[in-house]
Design a protein around this ligand. Sequence first.
Ligand SMILES: C[S@@+](CC[C@H](N)C(=O)[O-])C[C@H]1O[C@@H](n2cnc3c(N)ncnc32)[C@H](O)[C@@H]1O
Length: 266
Amino acid sequence: MKFTVLTIFPEMFAPFNESILKRAQAAELIKIELVNFRDYAESKHKNVDDIPYGGGAGMVLKPEPIYKAVNSLEKTGKSRILLLSPQGKVFDQKAAQKLAAYDNLIFLCGHYEGFDERIRSLADEEISLGDFVLTGGELAAMAIIDSVARLIPGVLGKANSSEYDSHSQGLLEYPQYTRPPDFQGMKVPEVLLSGHHDKIEKWRRKESLGRTFLRRIDLIPQIEFQPGDYQLLEELCLEYPEIEPYRHRWEHLKPAAKSKKRKQSL
Ligand SMILES: C[S@@+](CC[C@H](N)C(=O)[O-])C[C@H]1O[C@@H](n2cnc3c(N)ncnc32)[C@H](O)[C@@H]1O
């Protein structure tokens, strides 16, 4: 998969020369192409910004260099142009999963006061990293590229390493532990030391459900419930009465009562 970033600060992307994404590039699982759209500016001084019409503070990115840069790109396969903006749709794990299906993602990073409005028509989508304002789109592009790249098979090493991550199935991840089994009196839950795979899976599912209900009730509509969750949620409800008001969310999972009537023998 190719990530193409249009930016006037390509040096900001040094984090991609480290760790997992560095290895993924070396293994040619991903390619990260940085395009300085200042190179496409026509003026003598290579200006990419100008004062806003109507007055006001700050400088606005001019349309010509970005249009020229986008038009010069060699797009690979199924591509999508993403404009980074605090006015866009807020990015989340579902969006990362959708973007991972493309062959080429092209990011337009704004700076200063932002883009001339006409640049927006180049984009297939406007994406925001959250309801806050950054000085530029570079950090947002890096965060999005990082989260999409780790979904590409092989990037994390083990094919299923991202399967149980927080938000992958609408849930927060269960607690993780490593050695030692007892650290300053804080013990690893017995079940994780038991080697009993089914019990461990059940414990993890219950912890994930519990964490999500206790910490992020806003995520509840996104949970992909499983039939066994009914029992786990009923148990959680006894342990954490604050979950009780959300019972209607899992009541539909209640297993049908078994009929006591026996078939009459003929
Ligand atoms: C200072 S901001 C401009 C904000 C613009 N004046 C507004 O109020 O919508 C400069 C650039 O940073 C990037 N940016 C800022 N906040 C962002 C966010 N939350 N998500 C994604 N990109 C953001 C955008 O590319 C934006 O063009």
